[in-house]
Design a protein around this ligand. Sequence first.
Ligand SMILES: NC(=O)c1ccc[n+]([C@@H]2O[C@H](COP(=O)([O-])OP(=O)(O)OC[C@H]3O[C@@H](n4cnc5c(N)ncnc54)[C@H](OP(=O)(O)O)[C@@H]3O)[C@@H](O)[C@H]2O)c1
Length: 316
Amino acid sequence: MKKIIYSKFGGPEVLQIADLPIPAVRETNVLIKVKAVSINPLDWKIRNGEMKLMSGSKFPRGIGIDFSGIVEQTGSSVTQYQKGNEVFGILNVFKGEALAEYIVATEKEIAIKPQNISFEQAAAIPVVGSAALQIFNTLVEVKKGSEILINGASGGIGMFATQIAKMKGAIVTTVAGDSGIKAVKDWGADFVVNYRNEDVLNGNKQYDVVIDLSGKMPYTKAKKIMKRSSAYVHTAPGPKEILSSFFINLFSNKKYKLLMLKPAPEYLTALSGYAENGMAIVASKVYPFHSFKKAYTEVPDGKFIGKAVITIDGLV
Ligand SMILES: NC(=O)c1ccc[n+]([C@@H]2O[C@H](COP(=O)([O-])OP(=O)(O)OC[C@H]3O[C@@H](n4cnc5c(N)ncnc54)[C@H](OP(=O)(O)O)[C@@H]3O)[C@@H](O)[C@H]2O)c1
């Protein structure tokens, strides 16, 4: 089978196609014929070597964390799935190797794909949808009337965070660029700031919750627009943010929260329900498998809505 691998850290040029055996199916495994894989910032941060502490430096390694596909075979102890089930799921964040014709996953890593969405849409859900749910379930409290700012709302996490915050009754202000304005309005944003011609930090509104998805609004800046008792979420924490958040949280009522994604089967189930109930799931860019280098070159430049996905159809 074909699989994308790399043997040293670097840019998209280190990615190559390998011909490898279909993975062996252990007792607890589900073998999945992959249909689509979405692209996450985590993919290129790991590939660039920016996350060595967490990812380790073992090579060769694969790329791709979330996927959709069809169950091909199940291990002897698998009870919830059978051949032919359409599924979607999330592999170990730091060992993702979903960009392949076949992968093995455990039952906890997958859920049945909602029937009303495509394989491309399903592959767009797991990482960013789980991240958004984890933010609202474990990091911040958002209720009816809460004022929330989502900075970088037209991308993956923003797509889910905007819609989930609206479902909770929050008043949602989103920051997006020219290309994202229409999408964030479609997802329910009450107010939209275009970062190209306005700096949300210069506004006089104060928020209960600020979520930065752009990596461009650190806590030190965000606190200016946070209410006296409020919370900020940073989504790309390193040692510096971990240390600062620890001390800030000891002394300030403007809490500094860090997202460290812990995928959970309940998140996949909840996200599946949202999709079935009509939540917008936008995979605005779909690349064919053979364009994997182009995909990993273009996507980090942004300016696409929701998620970008690589489809495995038509591979061979
Ligand atoms: N810690 C964890 O466990 C974890 C898990 C998942 C994701 N993450 C991280 O979370 C972050 C967001 O993930 P994502 O998948 O949502 O990324 P994404 O899809 O790339 O979205 C980022 C958004 O930021 C916007 N942006 C760029 N410059 C901006 C600016 N100056 N002001 C406001 N917005 C701006 C982009 O808009 P344009 O398209 O206009 O550029 C884009 O919509 C990433 O850093 C990712 O690595 C962390």
